[in-house]
Ligand binder design. Sequence first.
Ligand code: GLN
Length: 196
Amino acid sequence: MKIGVLALQGAVTEHIRSVERAGAEGLAIKQVAQLDELDGLILPGGESTTIGKLMRKYGFMEAIRDFAARGKPVFGTCAGLIVMAERITGQEEAHLELMDMTVSRNAFGRQRESFETDLPVKGIEETVRAVFIRAPLIESVGEKVEVLSTYKGEIVTARQGHLLACSYHPELTDDYRLHAYFVDMAQTYKQSAQNQ
Ligand code: GLN
C-alpha cells in the first residue's frame, strides 16, 4: 500500500511517520506524475491559501480531482480539509471542491487557538488524541457526507465515500489509528479496483 502526502507546504514528515506506523509505505509527493503509483493521498495541515496557490502553480488541482474521480481515497487534515471543501465561509473561491461541505477557517478564536483533546470518532474504538492548531470547523455538510465526530457540537471529522477530512492534526501524536482507518479505506479501494 502506497500512501502519498502532498509535500508543497505543511506537516509532511509527521504524516509519513504515522502512515508507516499504520503499516503502509509513505511518500512525499512533489510532482503530479507521482500520483499514479498511489493508493491514497493525504493533504496535510499548514496554510490553506499557500497550499492552494502552490497546487495551482504545479498542476495539482486537476490532477488531484482526477485522482479522486477515479475513486482513490483522499484524506485532508486541518488546512487539507479546507482545501477539500466545496465552500469556504467568507471566501469566494474554494480549492478542490471535492467534499460537499461548508468550512469556516480559524474557527475556534484566539482563546482556543491551539489545544488538544480526546475525541470519540465513529468507526474507531476508544477516543482519538486530536491536536487543534488554528483549526477550521465544518459548518454544514450535504446528504452524502457522514459526520464521524463533533467537538462541543461542531463537526470536526467527516467522510464522503472515499473522502475523509478532519479539522485537527492526527499526525502530531503517537496515535496513528486515524491513519490506519485511512489505510483501510485505501485497501478497500485497491481490492475493488483489482476485482473490476
Ligand atoms: N489556519 C490554517 C488555514 O486557514 C489551517 C491551520 C492548520 O492547518 N493547522 O489554512
